[in-house]
Design a protein around this ligand. Structure first.
Ligand SMILES: *Cc1c(COP(=O)(O)O)cnc(C)c1O
Length: 417
């Protein structure tokens, strides 16, 4: 129970973060290996009842080999949506049905690479059946992505399903699976992903129920068998101090009930159940450590950090909340209000607007929470701002560099002078 609504525990002890910051340049992202492994374990245990469950970690959330290898060593596969992610999964030792390829607007070379890897291809559109066949040949197993449109409500990040660019309509799914069947495909999967950062466990249960019912209906109508049902990612995390983490056991138990009612009762054979979560697996177990460079008082009070939106763009992109702890000052009264900014020349380069914090001084260290997913991954180089180093805490007090900071040479490397 968190009695102070403005505080939130750090994923790594404060003293360890301060010690690391005294030894290496700020800013940096740092992740806790034990926290990530435990989070994956909770997800896997929630589906242990099924006996054939696999989490395919969404690589785009944290595309770093050390993280992918850690997750693979705990039984997770990789959900890839680009050539780079496929190659990274391959170089981390993942191939075959440990790789799911969930792309959209897919270039031919990506279909070809996915096929060479033996990855499970998850098609985004009925027209992609022809594209896949033309450039790589149809595999034995094909999965298709369902977009329920107005039949399902979305949420703020992913938007309404009918406005989302992803997936087949319901009618297209029946046509698509019929075409695949008639072309000789014998193994089938159905996928959907309709939420992002959703905290309501019931939402995932309803999504699974929708998929079970639809797959059962398609099976009956077309005489095909589904061996894989993938409910996508989108499990949210408690970014705000008052948020409650998704009860994964409630999700697993709820899906178990639907499985019995909507699938087993129809006498259908057991499919593999899959999720492709990114955020809930790594998100809470990373933070961005940065130092206050300047305190500025004008029409508002600003604390300028040495990190900027190139290191974490969720606040600027979605107005997302990321909690900020001031190292060594968490017990001080929170009686100042700051806009916490970066140095990029865009006025939305702000990690927080009007945030209540203890009084800040130049040199203070802050930890921006929950940057373990969709944090450094969204980094970019606009304004010549470079990506910072990333570390993995492999044991208490022990940190390994898993990505070095970019240098000016990296930035200039592609320019023709
Ligand atoms: C981004 C993405 C995910 C992961 O979403 P999270 O919110 O990180 O769980 C999973 N599947 C697909 C297809 C995605 O695009």
């Amino acid at each position: 129970m968190n009695l102070n609504p403005q505080s939130k525990p750090l994923p790594i002890p404060e003293a360890e973060l301060a010690d690391l910051a005294s030894r290496v340049p700020t800013p940096f992202h740092v992740y806790d290996a034990a926290g990530i492994a435990a989070s994956l374990g909770r997800l896997q245990r929630a589906f242990a009842w099924h006996g054939d469950f696999r989490e395919y970690f969404a690589v785009k959330a944290t595309p770093i080999p050390a993280i992918l290898r850690l997750l693979a060593s705990c039984g997770a596969g990789a959900d890839c949506s680009s050539l780079a992610e496929l190659v990274m999964a391959e170089r981390c030792g993942l191939s075959g049905d440990m790789v799911m390829f969930t792309s959209n607007d897919t270039p031919d070379e990506e279909f070809a690479k996915a096929r060479r890897l033996g990855a499970i291809v998850n098609l985004d559109d009925i027209s992609h059946i022809g594209a896949l066949e033309r450039c790589a040949g149809l595999p034995d197993l094909v999965c298709c992505r369902y977009n329920p449109g107005p039949l399902k409500q979305g949420n703020a990040i992913i938007g309404k399903p009918e406005e989302a660019k992803y997936g087949f309509t319901r009618a297209q799914l029946f046509d698509g699976f019929r075409i695949l069947r008639d072309k000789g495909v014998r193994r089938f999967g159905l996928h959907t992903m309709v939420a992002s950062n959703e905290l309501n466990p019931q939402y995932f249960v309803e999504t699974a129920s929708m998929v079970f019912k639809l797959a059962a209906e398609i099976s009956r109508e077309l005489g095909i068998t589904f061996e894989l049902l993938n409910f996508g990612g989108g499990i949210g995390i408690p970014y705000r101090p008052g948020d409650v983490a998704v009860d994964l056991d409630a999700v697993g138990d709820g899906i178990r009930e639907c499985y019995r009612a909507d699938w087993e009762s129809a006498g259908l054979p057991r499919p593999r159940l899959c999720l492709e979560c990114g955020r809930m697996v790594t998100g809470p177990y990373g933070c961005l450590v940065s130092r206050v460079l300047h305190i500025k008082h004008t029409y508002r009070d600003y604390a300028g950090l040495d990190a900027c939106m190139a290191n974490l763009m969720r606040p600027a992109l979605y107005g997302a909340y990321h909690h900020i702890s001031v190292l060594g000052k968490e017990d001080r009264p929170k009686d100042h209000v700051y806009d916490v900014t970066g140095s990029l020349c865009e006025n939305n380069d702000k990690f927080a607007i009007g945030r209540v914090l203890p009084e800040l001084e130049r040199g203070d260290l802050v930890a921006i929470h929950d940057t373990g997913a969709h944090g450094s991954a969204m980094g970019f180089q606009y304004n010549g701002k470079l990506r910072c180093a990333e570390y993995l805490r492999t044991a208490p007090g022990k940190f390994e560099l898993i990505r070095r900071a970019e240098t000016l040479d990296d930035y200039f490397a592609t320019l023709v002078w």
